[in-house]
Design a binder for this molecule. Structure first.
Ligand code: NCD
Ligand code: ZN
Ligand code: ZN
Length: 349
């Protein structure tokens, strides 16, 4: 007997990787997250990026001002690492509880990463300090050399950057963000308690054929790019195994419809409106619903050294069709899985 439960009650989840943006976009997208999730690690790739304690405090205030009444949500801010960042500024932000972690974007790897780090050795003094104070380093793990194929950039990153950094700083807590390959899944599995990883709904549900066969689907284009099916299978297997250093990070990354459906479309999937139903769908398909709560609500806090949330949410097995568009002033955002039907709905939160 392995009957699927109709209602799942799980401890309130957190989203350990999200882009909330700013201004109208922030107030449009935030409620989808703050309704369901207790906390979220908020990415700092604004224009200009969040690189100082003052900028983070101001951003946190703008986020809090956009949280609808009745939602209980705590944004966890991150510092965008650049070649010139002062270790004292990072440490001050961490010690004052403003920065929960720091984010390493290799320069030009993804959206708004032009101010990112040109060579990781440049920031070794910062990493040394972070290791000392126990501050987690979050990494967009892709090399950017033009001769490396876009589908191989994550695997190359492991040998070229991740492994040397981990050897140099063996007790630095590192989150390998939004992993997309079998190589990364195996690498994190083989690692120790200082290494964790987030996985997005899109990388669990899709591979590059879904994005490219029969026409290009710009709303599945994100970075790191969807890979071939063996990689998708590896990610699905790792979460179904219940491995406890993998956790929920949606990488929800909204861009307006016009900027996605374009001759040079932006990377990013706006999955916040259906993140929990999407993860539940995958865990159900893998016969692993018993591991859903740990992935969504327990593994992340344990890795970050934070308490788990005290309250619970409920998911009910029922068909829900996603909206085609979400209005944003005169413009709109197209959510991940627009117009498609999922079999889970958050019914109490
Ligand atoms: N994931 C994406 O495709 N895009 C993110 C940046 C990122 O997380 O790499 C964005 O900010 O748009
Ligand atoms: Zn990224
Ligand atoms: Zn991201």
């Amino acid at each position: 007997m392995n009957a699927t439960p109709q209602v799942l009650k799980i401890r309130r989840p957190d989203d350990w990787h999200i882009h909330l943006r700013d201004d109208d976009m922030l107030s449009t997208v935030l409620p989808f997250t703050s309704e369901v999730f207790g906390r979220a690690i908020v990415m700092p790739n604004l224009t200009p990026p969040v690189t100082t304690v003052e900028a983070a405090l101001a951003y946190r205030a703008r986020i809090m001002a956009a949280v609808p009444a009745g939602h209980h949500f705590t944004p966890l801010l991150t510092c965008y690492l650049t070649d010139s960042l002062d270790p004292d500024e990072i440490a001050r932000g961490f010690e004052q509880g403003v920065f929960t972690a720091a984010k390493l974007y290799p320069a030009n790897a993804t959206t708004n990463s032009q101010h990112g780090v040109s060579d990781v050795k440049t920031i070794y003094p910062v990493l040394e300090r972070m290791q000392k104070i126990g501050m987690p380093l979050l990494i967009h793990g892709e090399v950017t050399h033009s001769h490396v194929d876009i589908f191989d950039r994550e695997a190359y990153f492991i040998d070229e950057v991740m492994e040397p950094v981990r050897r140099q700083f063996p007790e630095l807590k590192i989150v390998f963000e939004h992993i997309t390959t079998k190589d990364a899944a195996e690498y994190v599995l083989e690692g120790n308690q200082y290494l964790g990883a987030t996985i997005t709904p899109q990388h669990l549900m899709f591979n590059r054929n879904h994005m490219l066969v029969g026409g290009v689907r710009p709303h599945l284009f994100c970075l790191p790019i969807l890979k071939r099916n063996i990689h998708q299978e590896a990610l699905r297997n790792v979460i179904a195994s219940g491995a406890d250093r993998f956790f929920l990070g949606t990488d929800s990354a909204p861009h307006t419809k016009g900027r996605k459906e374009s001759s040079c479309g932006c990377a990013g999937c706006f999955n916040a409106p259906l993140a929990m139903p999407a993860y539940a769908t995958v865990f159900e398909e893998m016969n692993a619903l018993h591991h859903l709560e740990a992935f969504c609500s327990l593994n992340g806090p344990r890795f970050y050294g934070l308490p788990v949330n005290e309250d619970f949410i409920e998911l009910t097995r029922m068909a829900v069709t996603q909206p085609e568009e979400i209005a944003l002033g005169e413009d709109c955002v197209v959510p991940f899985l627009a117009g498609q039907t999922l079999n889970w709905k958050v019914t109490a939160c």
